[in-house]
Write a protein that binds this ligand. Structure first.
Ligand code: GLY
Ligand code: MN
Ligand code: MN
Length: 432
């Protein structure tokens, strides 16, 4: 599956944009959890997109201009550390395997960077992402400046390398789409297993365990984000992650969970009855959200702009809120005044890729950007009804979101995620 040419081509595209410049992209640090244990390591997505290299303590340098060059700095081989922690490529093997022009020990970074930066007109890195890294880069710049009397110029322009990388990451290639389909497939299987395992008397954490088990059995590295397993009123807490409550007969269960595979995220939400049968009120709200999602998915196609799916979902949801007596008034006016956001307070989607909320601008020159083939996004309308005197009691504590992942194609979009979704599909799957 790993193809160094894909990452080398991305570095070449960055080099072509740099002109006579240099880009420096570091991977993520290891993060302590408590005392001497660390959070599971996850590389930086920009760094990984450029390199395919997953070890910590590594930096990619890309040099543009007439003699473009790509350099990897990484950890040395270390027999003792490898006995304790596992394999490290070391610079020589990493250079060959990942297709760099040169590779050096990460311990040589401070010594080599000022020379590499000399006589480049511009310097691109993730400005302001990490104050310690900013200080280090400025240290190298100042080291170059000490050489001006030898005729060596320091870069005069500093830019944020993420602007160029965001635009490139936004359009997924065939290799990325294949990984995203696999992440979607594994996550779809996990939602199916979770629905099957749900019953009154169980607990939210048991369902979370089903999800995590299915992710790993499917070969995914990790969840793409912290799983939300929210029953009853918890579904109205948008970022609920306690996942510790009992599952009650008559409640709905909202699950927002998905896997990361090959470093690419899926992002799926399903909402279904704990006892396998929707009540009439639950069904009314569910079918409204489902209709909003269908309208939004229908709006995902080239020629439409980023916000068209959101506009479509808001219109369907707002009409439904009037029909359900959650709101009173004219739909256009309720949309205009954003009255709907009492029950629908988030957006209908986001870019999806290496990061669950992926790279890429949503507006260009002040206007929503047009959708283009190769863009991948979520479509995730919802409705969240908290108890209140002016709300029909049958609707209290109903929280519903339906979220799928789609890839924009030439003519519309491909829906990547397919757990049971209609009322009939969910009830059939849960009865079996
Ligand atoms: N699971 C994060 C989101 O839906 O945006
Ligand atoms: Mn999402
Ligand atoms: Mn989600």
């Amino acid at each position: 599956m790993f193809d160094p040419a894909i990452h080398a081509d991305r570095r070449a595209r960055l080099a072509a944009q740099l002109g006579d410049g240099i880009a420096i992209v570091a991977t993520a640090p290891e993060v302590p959890r408590n005392r001497d244990t660390h959070y599971p390591y996850r590389h930086d997505s920009y760094f990984y997109w450029l390199s395919g290299f997953a070890e910590p303590e590594a930096v990619v340098v890309v040099i543009g201009g007439d003699a473009p060059e790509t350099i990897l700095f990484c950890r040395d081989r270390d027999e003792t550390r490898e006995i304790w922690d596992g394999f490290r490529y070391g610079p020589a093997a990493a250079q060959a395997h990942f297709g760099f022009d040169a590779a050096y020990s990460i311990t040589e970074l401070d010594a080599r960077l000022p020379d590499l930066m000399g006589n480049r007109t511009r310097l691109a890195y993730a400005v302001g992402q990490d104050p310690a890294w900013d200080a280090r880069v400025i240290g190298w710049l100042n080291a170059v400046r000490t050489k001006t009397r030898q005729g060596i110029l320091a870069p005069g322009e500093i830019l944020d390398v993420r602007h160029a990388l965001d635009e490139m990451r936004l359009i997924k290639d065939a290799h990325e789409l294949a990984l995203m389909r696999r992440a979607a497939e594994i996550s779809t299987g996990a939602h199916r297993a979770a629905m099957r395992a749900t019953r009154p008397g169980g607990h939210e954490y048991e369902i979370e365990a089903e999800l995590l088990s299915a992710f790993r059995r499917g070969g995914a590295e990790a969840p793409a984000y912290t799983s939300i397993v929210a029953s009853g009123a918890n579904a109205c807490v948008l970022h609920y992650v306690f996942n510790n409550q009992p599952l009650k007969d008559g409640d709905l269960l909202l699950i927002d969970a998905a896997a990361e595979f090959g470093s690419y995220a899926a992002d799926i939400t399903r909402t279904f009855p704990v006892n396998g049968r929707f009540s009439p009120a639950q069904k009314d709200v569910y079918e409204l959200v489902l209709a909003a999602q269908a309208a939004a998915i229908d709006a995902v196609r080239p020629g439409n702009h980023w916000n068209a799916p959101h506009d479509a979902a808001v219109r369907v949801l707002t009409q439904g809120m009037v029909d359900l007596k959650l709101l009173a008034g004219e739909v256009d006016g309720l949309i205009e005044s954003k009255a709907y956001d009492r029950f629908y307070m988030h957006r209908t989607g986001h870019w999806l890729g290496l990061d669950v909320h992926d790279a890429g601008e949503y507006k260009l020159n002040g206007a929503w950007r047009p959708l283009q083939p190769g863009m991948t996004l979520t479509v995730e309308p919802g409705l969240y009804i908290r108890p209140a005197d002016d709300i029909p009691e049958a609707l209290w504590n109903i929280g519903i979101r339906i979220e799928d992942d789609v890839a924009v194609t030439e003519s519309g979009c491909e829906v990547l995620t397919t757990p049971p979704k209609t009322v009939a599909e969910i009830e059939d799957w849960m009865q079996q």
